[in-house]
Design a protein around this ligand. Structure first.
Ligand code: NI
Ligand code: MN
Length: 232
């Protein structure tokens, strides 16, 4: 599968389907304007740097949005097709399985509407139990915006993620130290840092994260540059 990083917390997973996570594009200084054509858009929480351009992209492409109850109701009121799930639940659409995980964070929509609970996703293709049986796909854990919490170990036990995206920016989420501990608990083969260097308030040196992870576990850190695509 291909993974493209559009900066901040926005990733595009391309295999049988095109899955776009947290499409913060307009206003994202790290986004290079590349075209996006998702089949499915997964939204971790309502903050504008995650919900982002979801409504516009879904209107243009007909993509289905997967998100929590509150965000789905908001999007449906705007005429967008949104599938409701919630934390602890598993939902399959188009042979892609989404497990919605806890995230320690808040959520609101346009700073006005209640956004429900913030979340993360474990995403896998062609499976209903979280175990990928498609050799070209990997089990991906996108942690959303979150502080460190010990149930990341439970998420790892339940879903055995192979690739995980962790926020390292600090201030609103984990910093590199906490994210390295998270990486050691999750035990994925590959860890990709996110949610840093978009704004001055979340400036971090990702090389520090590489070193901290190296001290704690065997996971390989891949630092993706904005607009970079990797093949896994
Ligand atoms: Ni947030
Ligand atoms: Mn955020």
């Amino acid at each position: 599968m291909q993974i493209t990083y559009h900066g901040h917390s926005c990733f595009e997973l391309v295999n049988e389907k095109n899955i776009l996570i947290d499409p913060f594009l307009s206003g994202n200084p790290l986004y290079n304007g590349a075209d996006v054509e998702p089949d499915i858009i997964a939204v971790t929480h309502g903050h504008s740097d995650h919900l982002g351009d979801t409504a516009d992209i879904a209107s243009r492409t007909g993509a289905t949005v997967v998100c929590n109850h509150e965000i789905a109701k908001y999007l449906q009121s705007e005429g967008i097709m949104a599938e409701i799930m919630n934390i602890g639940g598993v939902f399959e659409i188009d042979d892609v399985t989404f497990a919605m995980t806890e995230a320690r964070h808040s959520s609101s929509i346009n700073n006005i509407h209640a956004g429900g609970s913030a979340a993360g996703f474990v995403i896998s293709e062609n499976s209903i139990d979280g175990n990928s049986n498609n050799n070209d796909s990997s089990i991906i854990y996108h942690a959303g915006d979150t502080g460190l919490f010990t149930d990341m170990e439970l998420i790892a036990d339940l879903h055995t993620p192979e690739i995980c995206m962790l926020p390292i920016g600090g201030r609103y989420t984990m910093n590199p130290e906490d994210a390295a501990i998270a990486a050691s608990w999750i035990g994925a083969d590959i860890v990709i840092p996110m949610h840093y260097n978009t704004f001055d308030s979340i400036k971090q040196d990702p090389m520090e994260f590489v070193e901290l992870v190296g001290n704690l576990c065997d996971s390989e850190v891949i630092i993706m540059k904005p607009s970079e695509t990797i093949e896994i």
